[in-house]
Design a binder for this molecule. Structure first.
Ligand code: B12
Ligand code: SF4
Length: 538
């Protein structure tokens, strides 16, 4: 067998989306085990002008604790070199044998712009481009049409990627690799079948060494930590209609194993211990969709195991899954922060349109638990759903007024491909099947007469103010919704008052070290802060 090939990962990303992409870190480990070399071109810290500053917009919406100084102390700032020049140099020096791109929907167009820069190199040396991720999986017809894309992966990539790279290495034909759609020189597409979900217990420990050091840090509640993503569960048993999980479950239905899988606790331990001892990780980021989708036995095993790790950690889960027992135990071993998805405040609307069937009172009661044990939490909400109105959005404000969250966020609804609500929006004629959407902090994409984009923006602009200020200030807040001179002046004053009275102070060091945060400045979108508080979308 010939020696391994040179793989170049392309990660289209924008500033403020700091968490490492777990898929690339995992693929790098798999490919290195197979004897290949890996490098990455990652645009996170480049000015790519993709038009998204996710966390800048969040800061404008008063959703995050300021932390810019902390970022700068760690040397985390935008690069001042040109991404195009740096990519060209990397490609010419490294001479990759294959380009591998991983992309979500909102990053796809940026991904294509990056590939444009390697067009000549690709053509000259006949280098294939393989793209995968949630967008190619759920919009394969759109993705395969781009002439720069030779193959896309529909579904999980562990086995397909390993197989393709072996075939490139051995100069063998790769048109029949499972999970792949492969385009030939005449534009004909071979659509191969999908195999059952991978056994996540067979995957190696992720490889973070291909990322530059600055990418291993991430802000959380006003501080910046060396933070790694940890897998415990893949898939989610719930069926929220704005989310991608139901379609993932459907994609793999009848293929021999459910998409919902759990990682063995001893393997999770091995990974955590390795990162703590060898990489000096300071904070763990459990990205499982619903971290507490565990039975009692699994939960107790996690607690026993994590007692030894005891680093602060973040997780996201549904309000239904918490109780005094699990939160008190988790707090004892290091739980620092939780993100909850509440999403909408009107019970009937939430059940019918989102398929989330909980009662408001139950949510309110459950969300009293974390603070009893000193655990901070944020609550995520969405507005601008199909058929929603501004009046209904005020039910979301009302519900959030009854929850003492450390941060309450609200985002525009985005009809991503691969979600039941995307299908609904297409059926209602609200969006064309081929339209590619942008991220959650962008302007609303749906133009609905009963809840036009300007009204959605008004709710988003003043959401935090409506949630925290007493109702006798609401008239003033209503005036601040407008983007005219008077509205902006009032908004500015209210914002100042909000920051003084209601914005949580950045955390003290959860390791116990004293930190002085007196000098932390309020950031604006121009300061380009990083991703603050978890995944926003759960
Ligand atoms: C961790 C995570 C993040 C991280 C890392 C993102 C990343 N690109 O890896 C951060 C915090 C940065 C993030 C940000 C955002 N996220 Co997010 N995130 C997740 C989460 C919880 C887990 C993803 C993950 O790592 N899974 C584990 C890895 C191993 O699997 P994977 O990435 O799914 O990849 C598998 C396959 O897709 C495939 N694959 C992936 N890439 C490639 C490439 C090739 C070549 C091949 C062959 C295969 C392949 O193989 C992998 C392994 O089997 C998912 C929900 C979920 N459970 O999937 C949401 C999810 C991906 N996020 C989502 C969203 C909306 C966002 C944001 C847009 C939110 C925002 N702020 O506006 C941003 C987009 C930023 C970005 N750069 O992508 C949506 C995506 C919707 C869509 N259709 O695009 C998801 C699906 C949430 C949801 N429930 O709907 N996110
Ligand atoms: S929003 Fe969260 S709970 Fe609902 S299906 Fe998606 S991942 Fe599961």
């Amino acid at each position: 067998m010939s020696k391994g090939i040179k793989v170049l990962f392309i990660y289209p990303n924008t500033y403020g989306m700091n968490m490492l992409p777990p898929a690339i870190a995992l693929f790098s480990a798999i490919l290195k085990k197979d004897g290949h070399q890996t490098k990455i071109f990652d645009t996170t810290y480049y000015a790519t002008d993709h038009g998204i500053d996710s966390d800048g917009s969040k800061e404008e919406g008063l959703n995050v604790v300021p932390y810019q100084k902390e970022m700068e102390k760690k040397g985390l700032r935008m690069k001042d070199t040109s991404w195009k020049d740096d990519l060209k140099k990397l490609v010419e020096e490294y001479k990759p044998d294959i380009f591998i791109m991983s992309s979500t929907e909102d990053m796809w167009e940026l991904g294509i712009r990056i590939l444009e820069e390697v067009r000549d190199f690709k053509a000259k040396f006949n280098v294939p481009v393989l793209a995968g991720g949630v967008f190619p999986t759920f919009a394969p017809e759109i993705c395969i049409k781009y002439d720069l894309i030779d193959m896309i992966c529909v579904g999980e990539g562990e086995e397909a990627l390993s197989d393709v790279c072996k075939r490139v290495q051995n100069k063998k034909d790769f048109t029949n690799v499972t999970n792949l759609w492969v385009k030939d020189k005449n534009g004909n597409i071979q659509k191969n079948s999908i195999t059952k979900p991978v056994d996540i217990n067979k995957n190696p420990i992720i490889d973070t060494s291909l990322f530059e050091e600055a990418r291993l840090y991430r802000p959380m509640a006003g501080k910046v930590y060396k933070m790694y993503p940890i897998e415990t569960i893949r898939g989610c048993p719930y069926t929220c209609k704005f989310c991608n999980s139901p379609d993932q479950m459907k994609l793999y239905k009848g293929l021999g194993h459910s998409f919902f899988r759990k990682k063995k606790m001893d393997l999770v331990y091995k990974e955590l211990k390795y990162f703590k001892d060898v990489h000096k990780v300071e904070y763990n980021y459990f990205w499982a969709d619903t971290f507490l989708a565990m039975n009692k036995k699994e939960f107790d095993a996690f607690i026993e195991m994590y007692k030894e790790i005891k680093l602060p950690f973040w997780m996201q889960t549904r309000p239904e899954t918490i109780n005094d027992y699990n939160i008190s135990k988790l707090a004892e071993v290091g739980l620092h922060r939780i993100s909850f998805g509440v999403e909408h405040g009107n019970e009937e609307f939430r059940a019918k349109i989102l398929d989330r069937r909980w009662k408001n009172n139950d949510i309110i009661e459950k969300l009293k638990i974390p603070h009893k044990y000193g655990v901070a939490f944020s609550v995520n909400n969405i507005t601008g759903f199909p058929t929603e109105t501004k009046k209904l959005a005020f039910d979301t404000i009302e519900l959030n007024r009854h929850i003492d969250a450390d941060n309450a966020n609200i985002y525009s609804f985005v009809p991503f491909h691969g979600t039941p609500l995307r299908t609904m929006c297409e059926e209602l004629g609200l969006i064309k099947p081929e339209t590619i959407t942008k991220c959650l902090t962008n302007k609303p994409i749906l133009n609905m007469p009963q809840y036009p984009p300007e009204e959605i923006e008004e709710v988003k602009k003043c959401f935090s103010l409506y949630v925290k200020f007493p109702k006798n200030r609401w008239k003033q807040i209503e005036r601040a919704e407008k983007n005219d001179k008077e509205g902006d002046k009032i908004y500015k004053e209210l914002k100042k008052e909000y920051l003084e009275k209601y914005m949580p102070k950045p955390d003290a060091d959860p390791h116990g070290g004293a930190e002085d945060f007196k000098n932390v400045e309020i950031t604006t979108s121009k300061n380009k802060p990083g991703h603050e508080d978890g995944l926003d979308y759960h």
